[in-house]
Design a protein around this ligand. Structure first.
Ligand code: FAD
Length: 482
């Protein structure tokens, strides 16, 4: 199908003002946030409502035109940009950004998929509730993208992944059919739980157009602290103690290596080092309580930390004494991705292992890096409370430019690390998803029957492979050969 025919049809279906077709206008949508993946499209379409999404998909599906859904384009695994064909459409949900309903009594809100995550957090606060999904990209990622990737973030320990926050979904299927599964119930055992099929499907089974989400009561007291320790094992042990001491109140438990901390301080505007001497490892802790005040919960946290402090396990600690200090500590954490991009070529591995195996993973990974990649600096940041580490091999731009086989080097390094994680019951993709980048690992690390089931589901819901082709599900050897 030629591009002019596609553009004309999209203008007709979505309105002229909602279609971008010039290279300059489309450019920001065709390259990802980290500028590592790019693609081409006939046009970028911004539907205004579910009916338009339905018409666009039905038209494309009937004519073999591929559809790449896009949210805030913050994917870090090449999931948010189209492939190189140029005869596809990019479907961006940004103009579907209405909050349909907030029901504080029911602790729920119903929203369109294009809402920016930070706007939803604020809308919940305005209703004296919280929407607890929190991540560094919250100022630009969309809830549809969060749902499609089953995003994690810094509050998973207490509130779960995005999947745990979704009560219902509206989805447009590849052929244009609309499935209205918007419910705000906590219990509903009436058949298969279809919504969970679309959460984490990364747009390969349909387009999420609306979601009903869980809200929680707004905490009345918060305490934030950054602890300094000498080893990863100390960090994990302190984390486990805090989990036992503050059930239901421990919201965040993040691990940061000195190398990562210093990178963030170097590149994040207004970041300040709260420590005199930066410890080897830091643990960022956040507690939230439904009663009391900040001073009281901070005092309880300080008391709980005292024995480890006296024993010399915690070598330094900053307990935030004000909202500004709390924000300053989180500022360093939330800017790591951006700072890493400025520092050099960081090869990031989004692995997870059971939390108690983190020290084992780190010991083996450190050895591997030192033995095979002596030019790289080990940089680690992660959601320690749920076993998810972002293990980054940081190369200088100069060194990376001199590497002849970049793809081969990256794959060899990644597979060494993924093998270590797998040997400990872990995963190669904890929260970022598969996108285009990790499709080869699916065949290597997932069970063959699991892949076969995924292919069958894809075939059932998207028989023409219209939605996000080449993402998530590896092609079968038969279709790859064709
Ligand atoms: C600074 C930074 C920090 C980050 N921190 C975290 C973190 O802590 N935890 C974490 O999990 N991730 C994190 N990420 C990754 C990223 O932000 C998340 O994956 C996010 O959920 C993607 O949302 P998005 O709207 O940008 O989606 P996009 O990047 O645009 O798309 C991601 C995928 O979702 C699909 N998609 C988007 N919208 C829809 C829709 N409406 N229907 C169907 N499919 C759709 C796309 O096709 C694509 O496959 C971070 C990224 C950055 C840049």
């Amino acid at each position: 199908m030629n591009q002019t025919t596609i553009i004309d049809a999209m203008r007709e279906l979505a309105g002229v003002a909602n279609v971008l077709e010039s290279d300059a206008d489309m450019a920001p949508h065709l390259i990802d946030w980290r500028k590592r993946h790019s693609g081409r499209a006939a046009c970028v379409v911004f539907p205004r409502d579910t009916a338009q999404v339905s018409k666009v998909l039905a038209w494309c599906d009937a004519r073999g035109v591929k559809v790449f859904p896009q949210g805030g384009n913050t994917s870090v695994c090449g999931g948010s940009v189209p492939d190189a064909s140029g005869n596809s459409i990019l479907l961006n949900l940004a103009k579907m950004n209405r909050i349909v309903e907030i029901n504080a009594d029911n602790n729920s809100m119903t929203v369109e998929a294009g809402c920016i995550l930070a706007d939803l957090q604020q809308a919940a606060l305005d209703a004296d509730r919280i929407f607890p999904l929190t991540l560094g990209a919250e100022g630009s990622c969309q809830i549809g993208g969060n749902i499609a990737t089953n995003a994690g973030g810094t509050n998973v320990l207490r509130f779960g992944n995005t999947r745990d926050l979704v009560l219902g979904l509206e989805v447009v299927l590849a052929d244009g059919r609309i499935w209205n599964g918007i419910r705000t119930l906590r219990k509903n055992n009436s058949g298969y739980d279809l919504k969970n099929l679309f959460v984490g499907a990364e747009g390969t089974l349909g387009v999420v157009t609306q979601a009903a989400l869980k809200l929680y009561p707004r905490p009345r007291a918060t305490a934030t602290a950054m602890l300094g320790v000498a080893t990863v094992n100390d960090a994990v042990q302190e984390g486990l103690k805090l989990q036992a001491a503050f059930p239901g109140e421990l919201v965040g438990l993040e691990l940061i290596s000195r190398s990562e901390f210093e990178i963030s301080l170097r590149h994040a505007a207004k970041a300040r080092n709260p420590f005199g001497e930066t410890p080897a490892w830091m643990v960022l802790v956040e507690l939230a309580a439904s009663s009391g005040n900040d001073e009281a919960i901070a005092a309880r946290l300080t008391d709980a930390l005292a024995p480890s402090f006296e024993a010399g396990v915690i070598v330094d600690a900053i307990v935030a004494a004000s909202a500004q200090q709390r924000a300053d500590l989180w500022h360093i954490r939330h800017h790591v991705t951006e700072a890493n991009g400025r520092e050099g070529m960081g090869l990031t591995h989004d692995i997870a292992v059971p939390t108690y195996r983190i020290p084992d993973f780190m010991a083996a990974a450190e050895q591997t890096l030192a033995a095979h990649y002596p030019q790289a600096t080990q940089v680690v940041v992660g959601h320690m409370g749920d076993g998810n580490l972002h293990y980054i091999a940081m190369f200088s731009h100069e060194y990376w430019a001199s590497v002849a086989d970049k793809v081969g080097t990256q794959l060899a390094l990644s597979h060494r690390l993924y093998d270590i994680a797998a040997s400990m019951g872990g995963t190669f993709s904890a929260e970022h998803g598969i996108g285009a980048l990790h499709v080869p690992e699916m065949s290597l690390y997932k069970d063959a029957n699991e892949i076969a089931l995924m292919r069958q589901m894809k075939q059932l819901l998207d028989p023409n492979d219209t939605m996000n082709p080449g993402r998530v599900v590896p092609a079968s050897s038969a279709s790859a050969a064709a």
